[in-house]
Design a protein around this ligand. Sequence first.
Ligand SMILES: NC(=O)c1ccc[n+]([C@@H]2O[C@H](COP(=O)([O-])OP(=O)(O)OC[C@H]3O[C@@H](n4cnc5c(N)ncnc54)[C@H](O)[C@@H]3O)[C@@H](O)[C@H]2O)c1
Ligand SMILES: [Fe+2]
Length: 355
Amino acid sequence: MFQNLKMVSRVIFGRGSFDQLDALLAEKRRGSQSFMLFLVDDVFSNSQLRGRIPSKNHDLLLWVSVDDEPRTAYVDELTARVRAYSNRLPDVVVGIGGGSAMDIAKAVSLMLTNVGSSADYQGWDLIANPAVYHLGIPTLSGTGAEVSRTAILIGPDKKLGINSDHTVFDQIILDPDLISGAPADQRFYTGMDCYAHCVESLNGTYINAFAKSCAEKAMALCREVFLVQDSDTDEQLMMASFFGGMSIAYSQVGICHALSYGLSFVLGIHHGLGNCIALNSLEDYYPEGVREFRSMMEKQGIGLPKNPLTGINDAKLEKMIDVALVLEPLWENALGADWKSVMTRQKIRELYLRM
Ligand SMILES: NC(=O)c1ccc[n+]([C@@H]2O[C@H](COP(=O)([O-])OP(=O)(O)OC[C@H]3O[C@@H](n4cnc5c(N)ncnc54)[C@H](O)[C@@H]3O)[C@@H](O)[C@H]2O)c1
Ligand SMILES: [Fe+2]
């Protein structure tokens, strides 16, 4: 069976395009009790962007904390706050921020129309009802969360996305100006998420001409951004993220992401940095990708924490292995259908201890 890919329905791209948000929302406002829900990364609560958010009348603006990667309990709490605010649904859920804030917006838009806890839906195609119309606006580029069919959450016992066609944004606004103020190290780590998407998709068994075309373009853009051009690369990085996300949407990520999920669940290491740490130890699997990643790191003057697993106890290491192993499609993409005979718990342990 070939995948019937659900894509983002509408895209606006361009510097300054954020200011079209007001007009887009005006088309969606229904009656005098209508309200919009804005879920915005709280890093912007004292910024110039704050004054440009077109929140009015009954609209609800919630500043979200992304100090920790999004948790199912946090999504449930935000959903409950929206339900308490009004007995009707918002007409649009707008998510503004990096991958974390966008995933929170996707997850809340789904949970407003589905019963239970967001933890019940971590997995593939478990969502029953369509989400509230949701609109994403990235302020960091690399995760591909703006185009993906997943909202990645840390639940009580695993880090796993709510993967469904309903998760995909109905509209995105890609305004390269919004990513220009991100700190250099964060911009790099999140940018390397995109680079890892390309390496893992191109080197995976699920690769096909659709995914390859997207990954090759994204990789070329990553090279321009991190190896060639010295300034003014926001537009390229934003498009790299878009195409990298499209590539894995029609293929899959691999070993680097599987290991990164374990780092994030057990040690709280954020996704972009976790990928950098994991990729740096995967020379045996992605030799060219690892070499180029290191050149990018050097050119950008970015470092990685030394020995992040120092002193880790056995229970934590075992849990990291459990979390990584839940991600079966990732291992299958990387190593083929009989991956279980190749990738033992012992082997994963060794990979972690190499970091
Ligand atoms: N849904 C998907 O397809 C997908 C894919 C990959 C990763 N993710 C998830 O995305 C998250 C990582 O996202 P991320 O790497 O974009 O980082 P992030 O959203 O976690 O943000 C990282 C930091 O950068 C800050 N920040 C964001 N934009 C900024 C800006 N313009 N200026 C200054 N600071 C800014 C945030 O406040 C935060 O402190 C993880 O939770 C990961 O699981 C989702
Ligand atoms: Fe990723």
